[in-house]
Design a protein around this ligand. Structure first.
Ligand code: IPE
Ligand code: IPE
Ligand code: MG
Length: 249
């Protein structure tokens, strides 16, 4: 088992945290930090394309982030809109498939239309699956999957006794992709903050104090190096893993 375990994660999920503190340290408004964070987003995408990572999921706006001051929420929405106008063509040229993950109905029309257009335009791309989690919450994700199954059962299309981890998992977000192998959180906090609760079950967790706008390729390379030293056991013993993947393989 696991002889084929790649040293390069198939899927990286990142909580891009620390924009506000980065700006505050410079005596600038928090929105300044969010703008600066865009450069790090580009770095992360380039890094994944270069390393041939299959999927990158970025936490851009949580379902709880609506509770921030209205000026910050407005600035973030404007930034998303501008970023979509500015970046989608280039991402498309690089073969990036863009998907927005979360409850998109909460977004107003111009933004939502741009998101849907970006997803349509890039739908057939294969180089990298880029998921941007917006108005996303891990609990919401599990609840919406449960609701879909309940609706199918109510229609008589599904026997409730057949519901198991596989059927529920198939209705959670990102079910079309391998689950994240590597979870990265920048900004020094050691928590998941309602990100991919279901999908992260066996992800390797990596935390760095670097604030998101300061993240560059070297910082991501360090995370990857750390990942390649981990022994993933998936519930087995170390001896079982060693037997399945002899040293040097
Ligand atoms: C992450 O940075 C970006 C979003 C949550 C939108 P923060 O804005 O949370 O930055 P800090 O944690 O306050 O420094
Ligand atoms: C998580 O960061 C959400 C995003 C990065 C989009 P937060 O800054 O919102 O998380 P907490 O409040 O520190 O847990
Ligand atoms: Mg934060």
């Amino acid at each position: 088992m696991n002889t084929d375990e790649p040293r390069i994660p198939r899927h990286i999920a990142i909580v891009m945290d620390g924009n506000g503190r980065w700006a505050e340290r410079r005596h600038r408004p928090r929105s300044f930090g969010h703008r600066a964070g865009q450069k790090a987003v580009r770095q992360a995408i380039e890094f994944c394309l270069r390393q041939k990572v299959q999927a990158l999921t970025l936490f851009a706006f949580s379902s709880e982030n609506w509770k921030r001051p209205p000026t910050e929420v407005r600035a973030l929405m404007e930034l998303f809109l501008k970023a979509l106008d500015k970046e989608v063509d280039e991402l498309h040229q690089h073969g990036v498939r863009i998907a927005f993950t979360g409850e998109l109905s909460a977004f107003e029309s111009p933004l939502r239309e741009r998101m849907e257009k970006a997803m349509r335009t890039t739908a057939d791309n294969q180089a990298l699956a880029l998921n941007i989690a917006v108005n996303y919450g891990g609990r919401w994700d599990i609840a919406q999957a449960a609701r879909k199954l309940a609706e199918a059962a109510a229609r008589g299309e599904l026997d409730p006794s057949s519901i198991d981890e596989t059927t529920l998992g198939q209705h959670t977000c990102l079910a079309n992709l391998p689950p994240p192998d590597l979870f990265i959180r920048t900004g020094g906090e050691h928590r998941i903050s309602n990100f991919l609760l279901w999908q992260l079950a066996y992800a390797e967790l990596y935390f760095t104090d670097t604030l998101w706008p300061d993240v560059d390729q070297a910082c991501l390379a360090e995370a990857l190096e750390d990942f390649s030293r981990r022994e993933r056991r998936f519930g087995l013993t170390g001896a079982q893993i060693a037997k399945a993947a002899p040293a040097g393989s």
